[in-house]
Design a protein around this ligand. Structure first.
Ligand SMILES: [Zn+2]
Length: 267
């Protein structure tokens, strides 16, 4: 009888032990939280830089500079951007047809020569300045893709820029329309330029809305998995940008994307 009781008690204890182990294995029993490994970056969203093409222009470029002064990079300081300026874009309709893409009908583009004070304000605010050619050359025009014509687009820009802004401490080049011909690439390399491409936010598309730009930039950054920041390309002469830059960038920051300063060494 006594033996029977001992067997029953042992069986009862073993049963509780089995239930406890099963509970642990199935996750029913609370387990201590396990911290993720240090340096894990899978939850961090993409970093992005800001760049602006086709200035300088009075009013619109100034509005972009005002907005940038209020936008904070991840270090808490007002963000620095890259400005790819034109030295002297043509302002006559028929001159524009010699330089601009044939499909491009809007015409209000920048000029360091005509608006030197705007260009100087960009520099004084600490932003980077790059070469976007003298006239906004569409290098698919055969008369602009000739080696001497390509060289002139660079060197005239340099002469005007040096007169207004002094010698640059960086040599950055962004080809208009992102068209990089062999002549363009070779000339940029020979003159010691760093070629800076970017992801277009779509602000040059006629009638694009601010919400569409938010959606487009959001999907660009969600798909960005490279180990360096994404450079977003805006135009400081487009209404969606000069009127709504803070709203667009703040939206991206709210989505968790991280605004960093424009930095050619991180490209
Ligand atoms: Zn451009």
């Amino acid at each position: 009888m006594k033996n029977t009781l001992t067997i029953k008690a042992t069986f009862k204890h073993s049963l509780w032990f089995i239930i406890l182990i099963a509970g642990l294995l199935s996750g029913c029993v609370t387990k201590p939280d396990i911290a993720p490994p240090l340096g894990e970056s899978t939850t961090k969203k993409a970093e992005f830089m800001l760049s602006f093409d086709d200035g300088p222009l009075p009013d619109t470029t100034g509005r972009v500079l005002d907005a940038l002064a209020t936008l904070k990079a991840i270090d808490g300081k007002p963000v620095k951007a890259g400005f790819f300026l034109l030295a002297d874009a043509p302002d006559k309709f028929w001159q524009q047809r010699l330089y601009y893409a044939p499909y491009e009908l809007w015409t209000d583009k920048g000029s360091i020569a005509k608006y030197p004070k705007v260009a100087q304000r960009i520099k004084q605010a600490g932003h980077f300045i790059g070469n976007h050619t003298t006239h906004h050359a569409w290098f698919h025009w055969p008369w602009l893709d000739a080696p001497e014509a390509v060289l002139a687009e660079f060197t005239e820009w340099e002469a005007i820029s040096k007169r207004v802004l002094g010698a640059p401490n960086t040599r950055l080049f962004r080809p208009p329309y992102f068209i990089l011909t062999q002549n363009g690439r070779e000339t940029a390399n020979r003159l010691g330029y760093q070629i800076v491409m970017g992801k277009s936010v779509g602000d040059a598309i006629p009638d694009i809305t601010v919400d569409e730009i938010k959606e487009k930039t959001q999907s660009i950054l969600a798909a960005w998995h490279k180990p360096y920041p994404c450079v977003l390309t805006f135009h400081d002469n487009r209404p969606a940008t000069y009127g709504h830059l803070s709203e667009i960038v703040s939206y991206l920051q709210q989505q968790g994307f991280r605004l960093v300063h424009f930095d050619p060494e991180r490209l």
